[in-house]
Design a protein around this ligand. Sequence first.
Ligand code: ARG
Length: 460
Amino acid sequence: MKNRKWKKFDTSGFTTSVSFDRRLAVYDITGSIAHCKMLVKCKIIPKSEGEKILKGLREIKEEIIKGKFKFLSQDEDIHMAIERRLIDKIGEAGGRLHTARSRNDQISLDMRMYLRDEIGRVSELIKNLQDSIVKLCERNTEVIMPGFTHLQHAQPVLFSHHLMAYFFMLKRDRERFEDCLKRANVLPLGAGALAGTSFSIDREFTARQLGFSSVSENSVDTVSDRDFVIEFLSTGAILMMHLSRLAEELVIWSSPEFSFIQMDEDFCTGSSIMPQKKNPDVAELVRGKTGRIYGNLQSILTVMKGLPLSYNRDMQEDKERLFDTVDTLKNVLEVLSPLILSLKLNRERMLSAAKQGYLNATDAADYLVRKGVPFRKAHKLIRGIVLYSMNRGKRLEELSLSELRAFSPLFSKDFFSVIDIKSCVELRQSPGGTAPEEVKKQIKNQKSKIKNQKSKIKET
Ligand code: ARG
């Protein structure tokens, strides 16, 4: 009898992960099947035993898929639960499966396989959102709106130009996910607990079966490493930052003060007290969920920062944060695609907003530059004219030629066509600029690019 100074405490409820890592069950079995085949091939276990194991694993997979698998309270994690069931089913032979591996390389394997699939799905959903953006842009290519810097009226732009900016952010996000996939797609199995194994295993064989493009090179690093999780979380955080900015603009634009857009009722809710309200809750929640996505990244960076090599149980904490990011990203992307398609633009309102606030002042300065005035001097002159107009409550185009000539004799009638809002947009033909021809080019190029991209989803 132990001479305890404390009340016996059962820690299994504290240490268990099976309530959440069961999500990895199918990956765990797929990995075990490949491992078992490798053990047979390398003559580490007899073929007859290997066959029993494979049959047992396949049946367990069925049980899991059909929701018939019974998890027990004593199951510490998904690996132990499946092994326990295998031994239940086929007896001692089941105990041979864990030869030449450890749960430390096994969990890394499961997570990598899971993430590979999810990266494919997230990437596909980003592509759908890009598709919605392109469609909305094509429907509204020539709609003019005020372009902002500092949330102050800056220069007129096409709405499609502004929205395509999000397309390009998403394009980079997809590239980042694909890059993350490269490092996730490395086989960890064979690292054992940390030092490798004394059995003559064939890691290349296992890698080929599971579709990994390479085999990890240092077993200590392999079981210590969660970079692939952190890369996914940080790529997800950047993606959410983009989506949150988009959501924020949708909220602002749909406010009565802006009234640039209307979101469909499907994506709004009423107020329980104010009958007139139509609140942009979906966009707000997209913005709000960014907090948990950043938190998940922060959480795992913190979990990992002080860990001595190699595996430490702290690392079990990675799963819920990773799953939450995966689920949240997918939910957000799924709802944003139809929301974008549902947007109705108040074109008149956007145009009239673009006519307020001297958005054509740069064009007015450029006009003088074309007549030989150095830009800095032209800027000062137009600033004076803007102040003069403000005091009189006039727009630049409402000034008379003689008022303008009092500032500079270089003004003539053609000034008015140059500062017309539409021509301010049309004249910005520099590559990537807001002129309709330029924006159409962007849309066309990108549309054909995403059309030709093959789906990266590879289901395990
Ligand atoms: N449940 C563990 C995790 O998620 C699996 C590996 C456990 N290894 C161990 N030696 N306890 O990280």
